[in-house]
Design a protein around this ligand. Sequence first.
Ligand code: GLN
Length: 207
Amino acid sequence: MQAGVIAVQGDVSEHAAAIERAARAHGEAADVVEIRQSGTVPECDVLLMPGGESTAISRLLAREGIDEEIKAHVAAGKPVLATCAGLIVASTDAKDERVETLDILDVTVDRNAFGRQKDSFEAPLDVEGLDSPFPAVFIRAPLIDEIGDGTGAANNAGDVEVLARWDDDPVAVRQGPVFGTSFHPELTADSRIHDLAFFDQVEVSAQ
Ligand code: GLN
């Protein structure tokens, strides 16, 4: 499996380790490539869009022409896991003109809604499809404040499913091949979110 981690900015190595772990658990090998320029996304089976700073990530994706490649990847039905800033960039509207969203996930997000860096926290989270809580790390996390009817996203992949909520607000969603989380599943040793996003079933049990 060729896995591309969008590496223009953000926590790249953690995602690389998480997809390698998840693949191993499914008897596959993930060949991880870091993406900083156009030309590589078309060779990837799956993509990871890490956390970081969404303004910087969206600007660099557009400058390098990677934005259109990610949209084509999703239009072809290939999976993407977008976490935190990655979720913001994947959304249809980040309510911030500095973020050029990719429109691959029909949600509206509110950047930094969970507070500033000092307000970051970890919480056990019930996630649909997992039989025990997931240790979710929130770092200046975006709030998903509107779930679209599925027609807002350019890929038109149908309904947006809410897979987890924190304080009633959605924090994990899926629309067809695109899985988005407000939190950082790559920052724990638990690879079950990567399992759900890329293998559709969970092999690795909670740590
Ligand atoms: N708040 C950041 C942003 O708006 C995202 C934070 C993160 O990815 N940990 O881009």
